[in-house]
Design a protein around this ligand. Structure first.
Ligand SMILES: Nc1ncnc2c1ncn2[C@@H]1O[C@H](COP(=O)(O)OP(=O)(O)OP(=O)(O)O)[C@@H](O)[C@H]1O
Length: 460
Protein backbone atom coordinates (compact mmCIF):
# COMPACT_ATOMS: atom_id res chain seq x y z
CA UNK A 1 0.00 0.00 0.00
CA UNK A 2 1.24 3.49 -0.81
CA UNK A 3 1.70 5.69 2.25
CA UNK A 4 0.02 9.10 2.16
CA UNK A 5 2.85 11.57 1.66
CA UNK A 6 1.47 14.90 0.54
CA UNK A 7 1.67 17.91 2.80
CA UNK A 8 0.11 21.38 2.50
CA UNK A 9 1.99 24.30 4.08
CA UNK A 10 -0.30 27.25 4.90
CA UNK A 11 1.22 30.64 5.84
CA UNK A 12 0.72 34.24 4.68
CA UNK A 13 4.48 35.04 4.77
CA UNK A 14 5.91 34.12 1.34
CA UNK A 15 9.57 34.04 2.44
CA UNK A 16 8.84 31.73 5.42
CA UNK A 17 6.65 29.49 3.24
CA UNK A 18 9.42 29.17 0.65
CA UNK A 19 12.15 28.43 3.18
CA UNK A 20 9.99 25.88 5.07
CA UNK A 21 9.17 24.08 1.81
CA UNK A 22 12.88 23.92 0.89
CA UNK A 23 13.86 22.68 4.37
CA UNK A 24 11.18 19.95 4.43
CA UNK A 25 12.00 18.85 0.89
CA UNK A 26 15.57 18.32 2.08
CA UNK A 27 14.82 16.70 5.45
CA UNK A 28 11.73 14.65 4.49
CA UNK A 29 12.47 13.79 0.85
CA UNK A 30 9.69 11.19 0.71
CA UNK A 31 7.07 13.93 1.24
CA UNK A 32 5.37 15.80 -1.57
CA UNK A 33 4.96 19.43 -0.58
CA UNK A 34 2.44 22.07 -1.73
CA UNK A 35 2.12 25.61 -0.40
CA UNK A 36 -0.84 27.93 0.14
CA UNK A 37 -0.45 31.61 0.98
CA UNK A 38 -4.12 32.60 1.12
CA UNK A 39 -6.14 31.19 4.03
CA UNK A 40 -9.35 31.47 1.93
CA UNK A 41 -7.98 28.84 -0.46
CA UNK A 42 -7.43 26.10 2.14
CA UNK A 43 -10.94 24.64 1.89
CA UNK A 44 -10.65 24.47 -1.87
CA UNK A 45 -7.20 22.88 -1.82
CA UNK A 46 -8.39 20.17 0.60
CA UNK A 47 -11.37 19.43 -1.63
CA UNK A 48 -9.05 18.94 -4.62
CA UNK A 49 -6.28 16.98 -2.88
CA UNK A 50 -6.20 14.27 -0.24
CA UNK A 51 -3.52 15.75 2.06
CA UNK A 52 -2.02 13.54 4.78
CA UNK A 53 -0.78 16.55 6.69
CA UNK A 54 -1.37 20.34 6.88
CA UNK A 55 1.24 22.61 8.51
CA UNK A 56 -0.74 25.64 9.59
CA UNK A 57 0.15 29.18 10.69
CA UNK A 58 -2.15 30.72 13.31
CA UNK A 59 -2.26 34.44 12.51
CA UNK A 60 -3.30 35.10 8.95
CA UNK A 61 -5.69 37.57 7.25
CA UNK A 62 -9.26 36.35 6.47
CA UNK A 63 -9.27 33.04 8.42
CA UNK A 64 -7.37 32.39 11.63
CA UNK A 65 -5.40 29.18 11.93
CA UNK A 66 -7.62 28.06 14.82
CA UNK A 67 -10.74 28.34 12.63
CA UNK A 68 -9.02 26.45 9.84
CA UNK A 69 -7.94 23.75 12.30
CA UNK A 70 -11.56 23.15 13.30
CA UNK A 71 -12.70 23.15 9.68
CA UNK A 72 -9.99 20.66 8.61
CA UNK A 73 -10.66 18.29 11.54
CA UNK A 74 -14.39 18.21 10.82
CA UNK A 75 -14.29 18.10 7.00
CA UNK A 76 -11.13 16.01 6.49
CA UNK A 77 -10.76 13.84 9.61
CA UNK A 78 -8.13 11.68 7.85
CA UNK A 79 -5.83 14.75 7.54
CA UNK A 80 -3.56 15.64 10.48
CA UNK A 81 -2.67 19.24 11.36
CA UNK A 82 0.58 20.57 12.84
CA UNK A 83 0.54 24.20 14.00
CA UNK A 84 3.70 26.12 13.04
CA UNK A 85 3.41 29.66 14.38
CA UNK A 86 5.19 32.67 15.83
CA UNK A 87 2.64 32.73 18.71
CA UNK A 88 4.42 31.36 21.74
CA UNK A 89 1.51 31.06 24.21
CA UNK A 90 0.80 28.01 26.31
CA UNK A 91 -2.97 28.70 26.34
CA UNK A 92 -3.16 28.80 22.53
CA UNK A 93 -1.05 25.66 22.20
CA UNK A 94 -3.25 23.77 24.69
CA UNK A 95 -6.41 24.95 22.90
CA UNK A 96 -5.07 23.82 19.50
CA UNK A 97 -4.09 20.37 20.81
CA UNK A 98 -7.56 20.09 22.43
CA UNK A 99 -9.14 20.86 19.06
CA UNK A 100 -7.24 18.05 17.40
CA UNK A 101 -3.83 19.46 16.34
CA UNK A 102 -1.22 16.70 16.11
CA UNK A 103 1.55 19.00 17.46
CA UNK A 104 2.45 22.65 17.98
CA UNK A 105 5.73 24.30 16.91
CA UNK A 106 7.11 27.81 17.35
CA UNK A 107 8.78 29.17 14.21
CA UNK A 108 12.05 29.63 16.10
CA UNK A 109 12.14 25.92 17.12
CA UNK A 110 14.76 23.60 15.70
CA UNK A 111 13.69 22.52 12.17
CA UNK A 112 15.16 19.03 12.73
CA UNK A 113 12.58 18.48 15.47
CA UNK A 114 9.85 19.70 13.14
CA UNK A 115 11.06 17.36 10.37
CA UNK A 116 11.09 14.40 12.80
CA UNK A 117 7.52 15.19 13.88
CA UNK A 118 6.39 15.56 10.27
CA UNK A 119 7.84 12.14 9.43
CA UNK A 120 6.18 10.56 12.48
CA UNK A 121 2.84 12.21 11.63
CA UNK A 122 3.06 10.81 8.08
CA UNK A 123 3.60 7.34 9.54
CA UNK A 124 0.64 7.75 11.90
CA UNK A 125 -1.61 8.92 9.05
CA UNK A 126 -0.40 5.99 6.93
CA UNK A 127 -1.26 3.50 9.68
CA UNK A 128 -4.63 5.12 10.39
CA UNK A 129 -5.58 5.05 6.71
CA UNK A 130 -4.40 1.48 6.33
CA UNK A 131 -6.53 0.46 9.31
CA UNK A 132 -9.59 2.33 7.99
CA UNK A 133 -9.22 0.80 4.53
CA UNK A 134 -8.98 -2.71 6.04
CA UNK A 135 -12.05 -2.05 8.18
CA UNK A 136 -14.11 -0.68 5.30
CA UNK A 137 -13.17 -3.52 2.96
CA UNK A 138 -13.77 -6.18 5.59
CA UNK A 139 -17.14 -4.78 6.60
CA UNK A 140 -18.32 -4.53 3.00
CA UNK A 141 -18.23 -8.39 2.91
CA UNK A 142 -18.08 -8.42 -0.88
CA UNK A 143 -15.05 -9.74 -2.70
CA UNK A 144 -13.50 -7.48 -5.31
CA UNK A 145 -11.40 -10.37 -6.70
CA UNK A 146 -13.29 -13.64 -6.12
CA UNK A 147 -11.19 -15.37 -8.80
CA UNK A 148 -8.15 -15.18 -6.48
CA UNK A 149 -9.89 -17.80 -4.31
CA UNK A 150 -10.79 -20.21 -7.12
CA UNK A 151 -8.70 -23.01 -5.60
CA UNK A 152 -10.36 -22.83 -2.20
CA UNK A 153 -13.75 -24.51 -2.23
CA UNK A 154 -15.96 -23.68 0.71
CA UNK A 155 -19.41 -22.62 1.76
CA UNK A 156 -18.51 -22.31 5.46
CA UNK A 157 -19.19 -18.76 6.74
CA UNK A 158 -16.06 -18.86 8.96
CA UNK A 159 -13.84 -19.48 5.97
CA UNK A 160 -15.67 -17.04 3.70
CA UNK A 161 -15.00 -14.38 6.35
CA UNK A 162 -11.30 -15.14 6.00
CA UNK A 163 -11.56 -14.47 2.24
CA UNK A 164 -12.86 -10.95 2.95
CA UNK A 165 -10.22 -10.42 5.60
CA UNK A 166 -7.38 -11.58 3.35
CA UNK A 167 -8.60 -9.34 0.57
CA UNK A 168 -8.77 -6.41 3.00
CA UNK A 169 -5.23 -6.86 4.34
CA UNK A 170 -3.49 -8.20 1.23
CA UNK A 171 -2.12 -4.81 0.16
CA UNK A 172 -1.04 -3.77 3.66
CA UNK A 173 2.74 -3.25 4.04
CA UNK A 174 2.72 -5.47 7.18
CA UNK A 175 3.35 -9.23 6.93
CA UNK A 176 0.43 -11.69 7.13
CA UNK A 177 0.39 -14.78 9.36
CA UNK A 178 -1.72 -17.83 8.43
CA UNK A 179 -2.39 -20.26 11.29
CA UNK A 180 -4.05 -23.65 11.11
CA UNK A 181 -3.46 -27.35 11.56
CA UNK A 182 -1.65 -29.24 8.85
CA UNK A 183 -3.85 -29.62 5.77
CA UNK A 184 -6.26 -26.76 6.51
CA UNK A 185 -5.29 -24.89 3.34
CA UNK A 186 -2.52 -22.51 4.48
CA UNK A 187 -0.55 -22.93 1.24
CA UNK A 188 -3.69 -22.27 -0.79
CA UNK A 189 -4.33 -19.03 1.14
CA UNK A 190 -0.75 -17.91 0.52
CA UNK A 191 -1.28 -18.52 -3.21
CA UNK A 192 -4.54 -16.53 -3.10
CA UNK A 193 -2.68 -13.64 -1.48
CA UNK A 194 -0.15 -13.80 -4.30
CA UNK A 195 -3.00 -13.57 -6.81
CA UNK A 196 -4.39 -10.56 -4.96
CA UNK A 197 -1.15 -8.64 -4.55
CA UNK A 198 1.33 -9.40 -7.32
CA UNK A 199 0.14 -12.18 -9.67
CA UNK A 200 2.73 -11.33 -12.33
CA UNK A 201 5.66 -11.42 -9.91
CA UNK A 202 7.35 -14.53 -8.46
CA UNK A 203 5.87 -16.62 -5.63
CA UNK A 204 8.59 -18.26 -3.57
CA UNK A 205 7.72 -20.87 -0.96
CA UNK A 206 10.44 -21.45 1.65
CA UNK A 207 9.91 -24.50 3.86
CA UNK A 208 11.47 -23.72 7.21
CA UNK A 209 10.80 -27.03 8.99
CA UNK A 210 14.14 -28.61 9.87
CA UNK A 211 16.18 -25.73 8.41
CA UNK A 212 19.20 -24.65 10.51
CA UNK A 213 20.53 -21.10 10.81
CA UNK A 214 23.25 -21.37 8.14
CA UNK A 215 20.95 -22.96 5.60
CA UNK A 216 18.30 -20.32 6.32
CA UNK A 217 20.77 -17.45 5.86
CA UNK A 218 22.08 -18.85 2.59
CA UNK A 219 18.65 -19.71 1.22
CA UNK A 220 17.15 -16.33 2.05
CA UNK A 221 20.03 -13.87 1.69
CA UNK A 222 22.41 -15.60 -0.73
CA UNK A 223 26.17 -15.24 -0.55
CA UNK A 224 28.89 -13.01 -1.99
CA UNK A 225 32.43 -14.44 -2.07
CA UNK A 226 35.57 -12.43 -2.79
CA UNK A 227 38.31 -14.68 -4.20
CA UNK A 228 42.08 -14.29 -3.75
CA UNK A 229 42.49 -13.25 -7.40
CA UNK A 230 40.14 -10.30 -6.84
CA UNK A 231 37.17 -11.94 -8.59
CA UNK A 232 33.80 -11.81 -6.84
CA UNK A 233 31.17 -14.52 -7.18
CA UNK A 234 27.59 -14.28 -6.01
CA UNK A 235 24.92 -16.82 -5.15
CA UNK A 236 21.51 -15.13 -5.14
CA UNK A 237 19.08 -15.88 -2.32
CA UNK A 238 15.28 -16.02 -2.28
CA UNK A 239 15.01 -12.33 -1.39
CA UNK A 240 16.81 -11.49 -4.61
CA UNK A 241 14.83 -13.93 -6.76
CA UNK A 242 11.45 -12.93 -5.35
CA UNK A 243 12.06 -9.25 -6.17
CA UNK A 244 8.65 -7.52 -5.80
CA UNK A 245 6.76 -10.80 -5.58
CA UNK A 246 5.54 -12.79 -2.58
CA UNK A 247 7.81 -14.64 -0.16
CA UNK A 248 5.99 -17.42 1.69
CA UNK A 249 7.72 -18.56 4.88
CA UNK A 250 6.19 -21.94 5.54
CA UNK A 251 6.21 -23.26 9.16
CA UNK A 252 7.80 -20.22 10.74
CA UNK A 253 7.41 -21.75 14.22
CA UNK A 254 10.25 -24.16 13.38
CA UNK A 255 12.76 -21.38 12.66
CA UNK A 256 15.80 -21.39 15.02
CA UNK A 257 15.97 -18.38 17.39
CA UNK A 258 19.08 -16.87 15.75
CA UNK A 259 17.37 -16.96 12.36
CA UNK A 260 14.27 -15.35 13.89
CA UNK A 261 16.41 -12.35 14.93
CA UNK A 262 17.61 -11.97 11.34
CA UNK A 263 14.06 -12.09 10.07
CA UNK A 264 12.97 -9.33 12.48
CA UNK A 265 15.67 -7.18 10.90
CA UNK A 266 14.36 -7.91 7.41
CA UNK A 267 10.79 -7.02 8.34
CA UNK A 268 11.72 -3.97 10.41
CA UNK A 269 14.38 -2.35 8.21
CA UNK A 270 13.25 -3.73 4.84
CA UNK A 271 16.84 -4.63 3.95
CA UNK A 272 19.17 -7.63 4.13
CA UNK A 273 22.87 -8.47 3.89
CA UNK A 274 23.98 -11.44 1.77
CA UNK A 275 26.41 -13.75 3.62
CA UNK A 276 29.92 -12.28 3.26
CA UNK A 277 28.67 -8.79 2.36
CA UNK A 278 28.33 -5.63 4.42
CA UNK A 279 26.30 -3.86 1.76
CA UNK A 280 22.55 -3.78 2.45
CA UNK A 281 20.08 -4.76 -0.29
CA UNK A 282 16.45 -3.58 -0.23
CA UNK A 283 13.54 -5.91 0.50
CA UNK A 284 10.64 -5.09 -1.81
CA UNK A 285 8.52 -8.22 -1.52
CA UNK A 286 5.32 -9.06 0.35
CA UNK A 287 5.94 -11.47 3.25
CA UNK A 288 3.49 -14.16 4.34
CA UNK A 289 4.23 -16.73 7.04
CA UNK A 290 2.36 -19.84 8.11
CA UNK A 291 2.36 -22.00 11.20
CA UNK A 292 0.55 -25.01 12.54
CA UNK A 293 1.92 -24.32 16.04
CA UNK A 294 0.57 -21.79 18.50
CA UNK A 295 3.29 -19.12 18.34
CA UNK A 296 2.21 -17.63 21.67
CA UNK A 297 2.85 -20.98 23.39
CA UNK A 298 6.22 -21.28 21.65
CA UNK A 299 6.99 -17.73 22.81
CA UNK A 300 6.12 -18.60 26.43
CA UNK A 301 8.39 -21.64 26.16
CA UNK A 302 11.24 -19.37 25.00
CA UNK A 303 11.24 -20.88 21.49
CA UNK A 304 9.83 -17.92 19.59
CA UNK A 305 11.00 -14.32 19.85
CA UNK A 306 8.45 -11.76 21.08
CA UNK A 307 9.57 -9.08 18.60
CA UNK A 308 8.98 -11.43 15.66
CA UNK A 309 5.67 -12.61 17.12
CA UNK A 310 4.33 -9.05 17.40
CA UNK A 311 5.50 -8.11 13.91
CA UNK A 312 3.81 -11.18 12.43
CA UNK A 313 0.51 -10.90 14.20
CA UNK A 314 -0.67 -7.54 12.87
CA UNK A 315 -2.69 -9.46 10.26
CA UNK A 316 -3.58 -12.97 11.33
CA UNK A 317 -5.71 -15.50 9.46
CA UNK A 318 -6.93 -18.52 11.40
CA UNK A 319 -8.09 -21.46 9.31
CA UNK A 320 -10.62 -23.83 10.89
CA UNK A 321 -9.91 -27.59 10.85
CA UNK A 322 -11.97 -29.82 8.55
CA UNK A 323 -13.89 -31.27 11.54
CA UNK A 324 -15.42 -27.79 11.94
CA UNK A 325 -16.27 -27.48 8.23
CA UNK A 326 -18.70 -30.31 7.74
CA UNK A 327 -20.79 -28.25 5.27
CA UNK A 328 -17.87 -28.51 2.84
CA UNK A 329 -17.38 -32.28 2.99
CA UNK A 330 -19.52 -33.40 0.08
CA UNK A 331 -18.24 -30.65 -2.22
CA UNK A 332 -14.61 -31.39 -1.32
CA UNK A 333 -15.07 -35.12 -1.90
CA UNK A 334 -16.45 -34.42 -5.38
CA UNK A 335 -13.59 -32.03 -6.07
CA UNK A 336 -10.97 -34.59 -5.07
CA UNK A 337 -12.78 -37.35 -7.03
CA UNK A 338 -12.48 -35.27 -10.22
CA UNK A 339 -8.88 -34.38 -9.44
CA UNK A 340 -7.93 -38.03 -8.81
CA UNK A 341 -9.81 -39.38 -11.85
CA UNK A 342 -8.17 -36.76 -14.01
CA UNK A 343 -4.71 -37.60 -12.71
CA UNK A 344 -5.22 -41.34 -13.07
CA UNK A 345 -6.92 -41.08 -16.45
CA UNK A 346 -10.05 -42.78 -15.13
CA UNK A 347 -13.77 -42.08 -15.41
CA UNK A 348 -14.82 -40.08 -12.31
CA UNK A 349 -16.85 -42.39 -10.02
CA UNK A 350 -19.97 -41.17 -8.18
CA UNK A 351 -19.84 -40.14 -4.53
CA UNK A 352 -22.18 -42.43 -2.51
CA UNK A 353 -25.14 -40.32 -1.41
CA UNK A 354 -24.73 -40.80 2.35
CA UNK A 355 -20.92 -40.72 2.52
CA UNK A 356 -20.66 -37.13 3.82
CA UNK A 357 -23.22 -37.76 6.56
CA UNK A 358 -21.41 -40.99 7.54
CA UNK A 359 -18.24 -38.96 7.95
CA UNK A 360 -19.95 -36.29 10.06
CA UNK A 361 -18.42 -37.55 13.34
CA UNK A 362 -15.01 -38.31 11.95
CA UNK A 363 -12.32 -35.90 13.17
CA UNK A 364 -9.98 -35.83 10.15
CA UNK A 365 -6.74 -35.33 12.11
CA UNK A 366 -4.87 -34.87 8.81
CA UNK A 367 -7.55 -32.44 7.54
CA UNK A 368 -7.65 -31.98 3.75
CA UNK A 369 -4.44 -33.95 3.22
CA UNK A 370 -6.19 -36.92 4.80
CA UNK A 371 -9.48 -36.45 2.95
CA UNK A 372 -7.62 -36.06 -0.34
CA UNK A 373 -5.57 -39.21 0.36
CA UNK A 374 -8.73 -41.19 1.17
CA UNK A 375 -10.52 -40.01 -1.97
CA UNK A 376 -7.52 -40.77 -4.20
CA UNK A 377 -7.32 -44.24 -2.63
CA UNK A 378 -11.08 -44.68 -3.07
CA UNK A 379 -10.92 -43.64 -6.74
CA UNK A 380 -8.04 -46.01 -7.47
CA UNK A 381 -10.04 -48.88 -5.93
CA UNK A 382 -13.35 -47.91 -7.51
CA UNK A 383 -15.21 -49.89 -10.16
CA UNK A 384 -15.55 -46.78 -12.31
CA UNK A 385 -19.15 -46.27 -11.23
CA UNK A 386 -19.13 -45.59 -7.52
CA UNK A 387 -16.36 -44.35 -5.25
CA UNK A 388 -14.91 -47.19 -3.16
CA UNK A 389 -15.50 -46.23 0.48
CA UNK A 390 -13.10 -48.75 2.08
CA UNK A 391 -10.47 -46.12 2.97
CA UNK A 392 -13.13 -44.04 4.76
CA UNK A 393 -14.55 -47.03 6.63
CA UNK A 394 -11.08 -48.18 7.70
CA UNK A 395 -10.24 -44.75 9.07
CA UNK A 396 -13.53 -44.56 10.97
CA UNK A 397 -13.12 -48.07 12.37
CA UNK A 398 -9.66 -47.26 13.61
CA UNK A 399 -11.11 -44.25 15.43
CA UNK A 400 -14.05 -46.20 16.85
CA UNK A 401 -11.75 -48.86 18.22
CA UNK A 402 -9.83 -46.18 20.04
CA UNK A 403 -6.07 -45.97 19.85
CA UNK A 404 -4.67 -49.00 18.07
CA UNK A 405 -2.61 -51.11 20.42
CA UNK A 406 0.55 -51.92 18.49
CA UNK A 407 0.89 -55.19 20.40
CA UNK A 408 -2.48 -56.40 19.12
CA UNK A 409 -2.16 -55.34 15.54
CA UNK A 410 1.48 -55.80 14.59
CA UNK A 411 2.64 -59.30 13.84
CA UNK A 412 6.39 -59.73 14.01
CA UNK A 413 8.46 -62.02 11.78
CA UNK A 414 10.42 -64.84 13.41
CA UNK A 415 13.61 -62.90 13.20
CA UNK A 416 13.00 -59.47 14.73
CA UNK A 417 13.87 -56.41 12.61
CA UNK A 418 16.39 -53.92 14.03
CA UNK A 419 15.14 -50.71 15.57
CA UNK A 420 16.48 -48.77 12.58
CA UNK A 421 14.60 -51.04 10.14
CA UNK A 422 11.43 -50.76 12.19
CA UNK A 423 11.73 -46.97 12.32
CA UNK A 424 12.27 -46.83 8.55
CA UNK A 425 9.26 -49.10 7.95
CA UNK A 426 7.08 -46.89 10.13
CA UNK A 427 8.23 -43.75 8.33
CA UNK A 428 7.56 -45.37 4.93
CA UNK A 429 4.10 -46.44 6.04
CA UNK A 430 3.22 -42.97 7.40
CA UNK A 431 4.50 -41.27 4.23
CA UNK A 432 2.50 -43.61 2.04
CA UNK A 433 -0.67 -43.16 4.12
CA UNK A 434 -0.38 -39.38 3.87
CA UNK A 435 0.45 -39.24 0.16
CA UNK A 436 4.04 -38.19 1.00
CA UNK A 437 3.05 -35.24 3.13
CA UNK A 438 5.77 -34.85 5.75
CA UNK A 439 3.70 -32.69 8.09
CA UNK A 440 0.81 -35.11 8.24
CA UNK A 441 3.16 -38.12 8.45
CA UNK A 442 5.06 -36.53 11.37
CA UNK A 443 1.78 -35.89 13.16
CA UNK A 444 0.80 -39.53 12.64
CA UNK A 445 4.13 -40.67 14.11
CA UNK A 446 3.90 -38.29 17.07
CA UNK A 447 7.08 -36.35 16.21
CA UNK A 448 7.73 -32.88 14.82
CA UNK A 449 8.09 -32.36 11.10
CA UNK A 450 11.67 -31.19 11.59
CA UNK A 451 12.48 -34.42 13.48
CA UNK A 452 10.94 -36.48 10.67
CA UNK A 453 12.81 -34.51 8.05
CA UNK A 454 16.10 -35.09 9.91
CA UNK A 455 15.44 -38.82 10.21
CA UNK A 456 14.60 -39.06 6.52
CA UNK A 457 17.81 -37.24 5.62
CA UNK A 458 20.01 -39.41 7.85
CA UNK A 459 18.30 -42.59 6.63
CA UNK A 460 19.11 -41.77 3.00
N1 LIG B 1 -10.79 -25.32 0.41
C1 LIG B 1 -10.11 -26.15 -0.39
N2 LIG B 1 -10.64 -26.57 -1.53
C2 LIG B 1 -9.99 -27.46 -2.31
N3 LIG B 1 -8.78 -27.96 -2.04
C3 LIG B 1 -8.19 -27.55 -0.92
C4 LIG B 1 -8.81 -26.60 -0.05
N4 LIG B 1 -7.98 -26.36 0.97
C5 LIG B 1 -6.89 -27.12 0.77
N5 LIG B 1 -7.02 -27.84 -0.37
C6 LIG B 1 -6.08 -28.86 -0.87
O1 LIG B 1 -5.81 -29.69 0.27
C7 LIG B 1 -4.41 -29.98 0.36
C8 LIG B 1 -3.84 -29.42 1.65
O2 LIG B 1 -3.89 -28.01 1.60
P1 LIG B 1 -2.61 -27.10 1.94
O3 LIG B 1 -1.36 -27.75 1.46
O4 LIG B 1 -2.90 -25.72 1.47
O5 LIG B 1 -2.66 -27.17 3.54
P2 LIG B 1 -1.58 -26.64 4.59
O6 LIG B 1 -2.35 -26.14 5.75
O7 LIG B 1 -0.65 -25.69 3.90
O8 LIG B 1 -0.80 -27.99 4.96
P3 LIG B 1 0.67 -28.15 5.61
O9 LIG B 1 0.61 -27.52 6.97
O10 LIG B 1 0.84 -29.63 5.69
O11 LIG B 1 1.63 -27.49 4.67
C9 LIG B 1 -3.78 -29.39 -0.90
O12 LIG B 1 -3.76 -30.39 -1.89
C10 LIG B 1 -4.75 -28.28 -1.29
O13 LIG B 1 -4.72 -28.02 -2.68
Amino acid sequence: MKLARNILLVDDEPSWLRSLAITLNRLVPEAQIDTCIDSRQVDNRLALNDYALVLLDLTMPFHSGENLLEMIRSKSPKTRVIIVTGVNEVDTAVRCIKHGAYDYFIKTDNVDNLARTVRRALEVVGLERNYLMIKERFLSRTLAHPQAFNNILTCEPALLDQFSYLEAVAMSPEPILICGESGTGKDEFAKSCHQLTCPDEPFINIKLAGVNYDAFELQLFGKITSHADGQVSAQAGALHHVHTGLLYLNEIGDLPLEAQAKLVDVIEHKQYYPVGSDRPYPVNCKIIASTQHDLLTLNREGKFRSDLLYRLTSHKIKLPPLRERKLDLSMLINHFINLAANKMGLEAPQQPRNLASQLADYEFPGNLHELKGMVFDGVSRSDGIQLNITPFMEAMNERNNGVIKPKDSISYPKELPTLAEMSQALIDEAMSRTANNQTAAARMLGISQSALSRRMKTDK
